[in-house]
Design a binder for this molecule. Sequence first.
Ligand code: ADP
Length: 166
Amino acid sequence: MTAIYPGSFDPVTFGHIDIINRSAKIMDELIVGVLNNSNKISPLFSLEERIEMLKDVCAHLPNVRIELFSGLLVDFVNKMGAQAIIRGLRAVTDFETEFQMAQINKSLNDNAETLFMSTSPQFSYLSSSIVKEVAFLGGNVDSMIPDSVRFKLLGKIGRFGKVEKV
Ligand code: ADP
């Protein structure tokens, strides 16, 4: 079975990587779909940067590929010939919106089944936004993102001149 794991990945965290690793074990093929959505609050990383970081951290997984998509997720599911959508759940607070999205997507494309994977407990607090916030404030993000992502994030923060030392 082919599944799509969609998200913004701005940037990819250990929480995302955990879901990718675990899904790749179950699925024949996993396509990480990086959302290009102009309606969303402007991301810190460009699409190219987000894709490059994901390719780097998924390089060891032969059945995982990274693709860009825009528009409806269910159209992307069809285009890729996928049958499932993977979403990660961190807490009950994620549940309501995720449940609503799963139902809307099912109503738009009856072939697209959403599968929820619960977070590994050590990543339940982790989100891309919290990583950016901690890094911007000069905190240590070593346990939240891989080194390759951290270097890019710190470079970005340096370039924007938000903090001198992180
Ligand atoms: P979106 O912009 O769609 O929220 P994200 O990049 O924030 O995309 O997340 C993509 C997916 O990864 C979502 O299903 C989200 O719930 C899941 N996810 C994010 N962080 C974690 C985590 N720490 N543990 C498990 N799942 C996570």
